[in-house]
Design a protein around this ligand. Structure first.
Ligand code: HEM
Length: 424
């Protein structure tokens, strides 16, 4: 089985008459035939339960960047879904559920932490942590790319940026796993209960950490937010309180952890499925930058983002009404034949790729520079492993059930163990 099938455009729709359902197991396993059909036959699609799905590059960019498509009204739906508890109390303040002016205020507040200069200064540390993680695995000759390498790498840098010390990493990973299902799909009662418990423990830990940091300022996100909270007699309608600090920290953990983990894994799978491209890259590491952009385009870890229509609007000739839900399918936009020639081909030499994977406009991913640096550093080492191949039947590869992310459960690989590290 190829997970990213490349069959010609189907004349029969893969989508049922009731409309696209992103939880359909076939869509979960491989959404690309669905996108291909939608892009060519129904680019602004009314799916199951009346949710709109946009697929074209230009329409996706519009939905993600135009203030008529808001996030604050998604919060009402989410709060009702999870009910009262720690999840609701903390996440009602997340920047993901804010529109302007409050969204911009929170964004500006943490933006200095993500400055390109600051990110580039992290480059040697990123290379170092990649080596620390990879050396024992490279000597062993097999690994699960997801849990042995990509997840600890992503967690390390998101925590470092925030100011969470290494002793806290395990807890953050555990709490994130339990909270994640409540931020994505329609969660079960058990998932909500587990999510509330984890959110409470995560919050208790962060409140403790923030109190510690009050007397011990550093060059991290918690310190930046504390400073702002202290001088916050600023006339803002909503002063920056502990709840906002905690919810911003937790939001950044979510934004920067699974996204990078999954992108590293999706990239490695694409290279394993396309040995000719892998070989090209091994012969010319100068192609690493374009390979990272191509992998973001070809199989993005973030496939979609949701909005709610705050003002009636027309897109692609379809009338959208205030209150409608609308999903921007970035995974589809990345395969738009109007923008990318032969879009289903994985080509590490492709030039000028601007993937939609980091979003657009006022919510464009703040961590894009960091993510790219992590991906390049990881790829530079991983492609050097000889005889890299899957350590399972490709048909056994599974994706986490998710409406937003393309997230491999695991990616077991084998390769020739190295006697000398780094491999040449
Ligand atoms: C391959 C990795 C990543 C992908 C594909 C990705 C994708 C995205 C996307 C699509 C958005 C926009 C969401 C929307 O419009 O609703 C976003 C926002 C954001 N991302 Fe990333 N991201 C990645 C890595 C990171 C990392 C490493 C961090 C931080 C450590 C980060 C922090 C953020 C933040 C804070 C926002 C919110 C920006 C705002 O609302 O103004 N991301 N990301």
């Amino acid at each position: 089985m190829t997970t990213t099938a490349e069959s010609p455009v189907s004349l029969t729709s893969p989508i049922p008459e009731t409309g696209l359902d992103p939880l359909d197991p076939q869509f979960q396993q491989n959404p690309y035939p669905f996108y291909r059909w939608l892009l060519r036959h129904d680019p602004v699609h009314c799916g199951s339960e009346g949710t709109w799905y946009v697929t074209r590059y230009a329409d996706v960019r519009l939905v993600m960047s135009d203030e008529r498509f808001g996030c604050a009204s998604v919060r009402d739906y989410w709060e009702e879904m999870v009910g009262p508890g720690a999840l609701q109390t903390i996440m009602r303040d997340t920047m993901f559920f804010e529109d302007n002016p409050h969204h911009m205020r929170l964004r500006k507040l943490i933006m200095p932490v993500f400055s390109p200069r600051r990110m580039r200064a992290m480059e040697p540390r990123i290379a170092h942590v990649v080596d620390e993680l990879l050396e024992p695995l490279a000597r062993r000759g097999h690994m699960d790319v997801v849990s042995d390498f990509a997840a600890p790498l992503a967690l390390h840098f998101v925590c470092e940026l925030i100011g969470i010390p290494p002793e806290g990493f395990d807890g953050v990973r555990r709490w994130s796993i339990d909270i994640a299902p409540t931020l994505d799909l329609v969660p079960t009662k058990e998932e909500i209960a587990r999510g509330n418990q984890a959110m409470q423990e995560f919050t208790d830990y962060l409140v403790w950490l923030v109190e510690q940091r009050r007397g011990d300022r550093r060059d991290d996100m918690i310190s930046v937010m504390l400073e702002e909270a202290e001088k916050d007699q600023s006339g803002y309608e909503r002063p920056l309180i502990m709840n906002m600090i905690v919810s911003t920290v937790i939001s950044v953990v979510f934004a920067g952890h699974d996204t990078v983990t999954n992108q590293v894994s999706n990239t490695m799978l694409a290279l394993i499925e396309h040995p000719d491209q892998h070989e090209l890259l091994r012969r010319d590491p100068g192609l690493i930058e374009s390979a990272v952009e191509e992998s973001l385009r070809y199989d993005s870890s973030v496939q979609s983002n949701s909005r709610r229509v705050d003002e009636d609007a027309v897109i692609g000739g379809r009338q959208l009404k205030k209150g409608d839900f609308i999903v921007a399918l970035m995974g589809a936009a990345n395969r738009d034949p109007e923008v990318f020639q032969d879009p289903d081909r994985f080509d590490v030499t492709r030039q000028g790729v601007q993937p939609m994977s980091f979003g657009a406009g006022m919510r464009y991913c703040l961590g894009a520079v960091l993510a790219r640096l992590e991906l390049r550093a990881a790829l530079a080492r991983l492609i050097r492993l000889d005889n890299l191949r899957l350590d399972c039947d490709p048909a056994d590869l599974r994706y986490q059930r998710s409406s937003m992310f393309r997230s491999l459960v695991d990616l077991p690989v084998t390769f020739t163990p190295v006697s000398e590290y780094p491999p040449r």
